[in-house]
Design a protein around this ligand. Sequence first.
Ligand code: HEM
Length: 499
Amino acid sequence: MAVLDAVSADIIAELAAVVALAIFARKWTWADLAKAKKDFIARGADIIDEGYYKYKDDKFWVQTADMPRLVLSRKFIPEINNNKMVPDGTLSLTGALKDRLLTKYTDLTHIFESPLHNDVCKIQLTQHLHKLIPGMHEETEYWISQKIGDGCETNAYDVMVTCVVGIISRVYAGTGASRDPEWLKTARDYSISLFAACIALRPYPAFIRGWVAPYMETQKKLKEHLDTAKRQFSPIFAERLRLADAGLIKEEDKPNDMVQWMVDAAKGDDRDPDRLSHNLLFLTVAAIHTSAAGAVHALFDLCGNPEYIEPLREEIRETFEERGITMAAWNQMKRLDSVMKESQRINHPGVLSFNRKVEKPLHLSDGTTIPAGTMVTIPSSSIARDPDIYPNPEKFLGFRFYELRMAKKENAMRYQYTSTGPDSMQFGHGKLACPGRHVVGAVIKDILAEILLKYDVSWPAGTTQRPKNVFSGEHIGPDRSQKIVFTKRVADKTESKTQ
Ligand code: HEM
């Protein structure tokens, strides 16, 4: 009975998918559903583009690789973010993530039932970011020197993901984590294992997932990663909880890392060392490959558009001279910020954003009521490449957002890498927009600045243009096999002061 209770929501979701197909395709076999999912995996981006232009002011259904989703027009974005029109509790990001990540079988339900992982990113991480910059930069220098040294031709994704794992691990738990090979491997691999587990489970009908899951190789991998996280962090969490409970640590002596923020913020059942370790592990899913992909896309766009490199170097040198390597410096680098935003605009992390599960009937201004249980989403990548919104949308215009920011006084704080809005949904939008976006902005700027000041970057012999992105269902990623040539530069007088 317990298993039945656990799977019943999935069964309902799957039946809903078949019923949706029945209504829209006038067929309703499981084979049709499987075919629709396969079709979306093969050409999801094209399917969404097609729907976007056909129903630009309306909405359309699409069967994605996991579930049917109702794709809403951009025109609904302001109202679904307006508390007066859509009261709290109507749309749920947590509900959407629980369904998409099959949390009942991937052992993540308790993580999503608590706001802890989200709160520590939104509040403490953002507040303390400026103090973390020197440590983050130390990691960048260290990992770039390990991976590129005096220059080489090497795999771009590997360089970026190695740097990101090192920097994020430093933020999460200091140098104990950022130089520990076992943890670094887990931090890099856990999200890959999680998505592999979801892909392996999805083809099984919902009512038998609970029985097959424990025997799947992918589940075993997840458990291995969790065991590593607990082995590494549970004793540290236990000790920090003990010090906090006994009042043995003063505010000013507290370590400035995610482990401490979690200890300070955790309440009730979350104040358990193993649970906190699991939370920390989950935060690698949100942070690592998302950020590495963003850095690789920007690097590819610079190799493909080398005319931006010298103006960026100039901005980086001047800003470091004035501000040192600080948060203020990252905020001041408007050209670099613009290049990163333009790169992310063209190379969205996914086809869809703002995935929300409707928990209470959603009443839209056009008179439609969307019933509870529906998954709604926004076609963010199509919006970002719509010529009515962004002229010449397929062209990489590195200073597009810099120019928009400089055009009017009131634009100064808009069009930033971390800004979100109906036309810029890479980080979602509204009060649940990615709480890690400020840290990822600093991470990518740090890595790019380090690379641009120390190396010339170019394609290897035989490559003449940016490799095509890799599409799979709703996911968009850079080509992970592409190599880049890094040639050590001779630093000029000004640069040597900043290095
Ligand atoms: C380029 C890199 C990243 C991208 C593209 C990205 C994108 C997103 C998006 C689209 C969402 C959902 C927002 C919504 O639907 O409104 C999200 C949520 C989130 N992100 Fe990020 N993110 C990135 C990096 C990070 C980093 C570095 C961290 C942490 C250090 C992080 C932590 C989170 C968390 C905690 C959530 C909320 C998950 C939940 O509510 O359970 N993200 N991110």
